[in-house]
Design a protein around this ligand. Structure first.
Ligand code: NDP
Length: 325
C-alpha cells in the first residue's frame, strides 16, 4: 500500500479526501536491491511546505524506518533496520542510492537498544537539525538567553533541552496551556508562553530579557517570529529552521528591513554525514545519561497517516509525531 495525493491541498490543512491509498504488487528484487517492511513513518512539516499548488508524491516522500526482509545487497542484509526517505508506503524496494530530495543514502540507525521509532525523531533528522542548527548556527554560550518557537515539537523540544545543558536560560513558545505546563515541569524550560493567548509578546520578552535575547531558533515564521526578532540583542544570532505558520500560503517573513543581529536560514542537509552522525552520537550519549528526555506522539495504523499529519500541523503532538505501521 502507498499513498498518493488526489488533489492539491487548499489551505493549510489537507483533507482526508485529498489522499488516496493505492495497492501495487511488490516487484521481484534485482541485484543490488532490498525489500523493507515499514515499521514507523514520520509526518513532518516540510511535507506540507512542498505541497503548495501541486500534487506531491507522498508515496516517494517522507522518512520511514523498517526491517530488511529480503536482500540482494550485502550492505543491507536481511534483518537489519534501515532509515530511508522512501515515503508513505508499507513496503519499499530500495537499491541503497541517495534519495532525490535530501541526497541521503538509506542508513542503519545508530540507536543501540533504544526503541526503533527514535530513529525518526531525537536520533534522526529532527535530532540532527536541532543539534547542528543550535550549536553551529546559534552557537549559544553559557548564561545566554535563547528563545525557541514550536518549543514542544520534535525539533524545539530538543533545542530547548540542549540549550539548557549548555547553561542557557531557555524561553519557549508553544500553542497550548497544557504544553506550557509540560515544557516547564518535565523538560526544564525556564519560561514558556502560549503564543495564542500572550497578548504582547514584545513586552513579555522585555521583562524577562531587558538587555535582549542572544539566540533565537525559529521554527514558525510570521508574526510571532517578527515580535521575537524585535527583542534580539545587538549582535544576537537568529537561526531560521522553519516557517510552519506560512506553509499554507506564499507570504514571507515579516522581518524588519534593517536588523542589528545576524540571521541565517539553514537546512540539516548542509552538513556532511560525518557531522550529522556525530550529532546523533552526542544526542544518544545525552539520552542514555538522562540529560535529554525524549517524547513521541505515536498514531497507530497506516490508514491514519493523513490524520496524524493533520494532527501534527494542528499542534496535537508533543515531541516527534510518528505513525506505527
Ligand atoms: P513539530 O513537531 O514542531 O510540529 C509542528 C508544530 O508546529 C505543531 O506541533 C504546532 O505546535 C506548530 N504550529 C503549527 N502551526 C503553527 C503556527 N501557525 N504558528 C506557530 N506554530 C505552529 O515539527 P518539527 O519539529 O518536525 O519541525 C519544526 C520546524 O522545523 C518546522 O518549521 C519544520 O519545517 C522545520 N524543520 C527544518 C529543518 C531544517 O533542516 N531546516 C529540518 C526539520 C524541520 P503549536 O502547538 O506550538 O502550535
Amino acid at each position: 500500500r502507498k499513498y498518493t495525493v488526489r488533489n492539491a491541498f487548499k489551505g493549510f490543512l489537507p483533507k482526508r479526501s485529498d489522499f488516496e491509498t493505492v495497492e501495487e504488487q511488490i516487484p521481484t528484487l534485482q541485484n543490488g536491491e532490498f525489500l523493507i517492511k515499514t515499521e514507523y513513518i514520520s509526518v513532518d512539516p516540510y511535507m506540507r511546505s512542498f505541497a503548495n499548488g501541486r500534487r506531491t508524491p507522498y508515496d516517494q516522500f517522507g522518512f520511514q524506518v523498517g526491517k530488511v526482509i529480503e536482500s540482494k545487497n550485502s550492505e543491507y542484509p536481511t534483518g537489519v533496520y534501515v532509515v530511508s526517505h522512501s515515503g508513505w508506503r508499507d513496503f519499499a524496494v530500495l537499491n541503497g542510492e541517495p534519495d532525490d530530495m535530501f541526497n541521503m543514502k538509506p542508513y542503519q540507525p545508530p540507536i543501540g537498544d533504544l526503541p526503533i521509532s527514535i530513529s525518526l525523531g531525537a536520533l534522526g533528522m529532527p535530532g540532527m537539525t536541532a543539534y547542528l542548527g543550535l550549536l553551529e548556527i546559534c552557537k549559544p554560550k553559557r548564561n545566554n538567553i535563547i528563545c525557541v518557537t514550536s518549543a514542544a515539537g520534535a525539533v524545539g523540544l530538543l533545542v530547548g533541552q540542549i540549550a539548557r545543558l549548555k547553561g542557557c536560560t531557555v524561553i519557549g513558545f508553544t500553542g497550548s496551556d497544557e504544553k506550557v505546563h509540560i515544557l516547564k515541569q518535565e523538560y526544564g524550560f525556564h519560561h514558556v508562553f502560549n503564543y495564542k493567548s500572550t497578548t504582547n509578546i514584545r513586552d513579555t520578552l522585555k521583562l524577562i530579557a531587558p538587555s535582549g535575547i542572544n539566540c533565537f531558533f525559529d521554527n514558525v515564521g510570521g508574526e510571532l517570529s517578527a515580535a521575537i526578532m524585535d527583542c534580539m540583542q545587538e549582535n544576537g544570532q537568529v537561526a531560521i529552521c522553519g516557517s510552519i505558520s506560512n506553509y499554507g500560503d506564499s507570504s514571507s517573513h515579516h522581518i524588519k528591513q534593517k536588523y542589528h543581529y545576524k540571521i541565517e536560514a539553514f537546512s540539516f542537509t548542509q552538513w556532511e554525514w560525518s557531522e550529522q552522525s556525530h550529532a546523533l552520537t552526542q544526542l544518544k550519549i545525552w539520552i542514555d545519561k538522562g540529560d535529554i528526555k525524549v517524547k513521541e506522539t505515536v498514531t497507530d495504523g497506516f490508514e491514519k497517516l493523513p490524520h496524524a499529519f493533520v494532527g501534527m500541523l494542528k499542534g496535537e503532538n508533543v515531541g516527534k509525531a510518528v505513525v506505527k505501521i
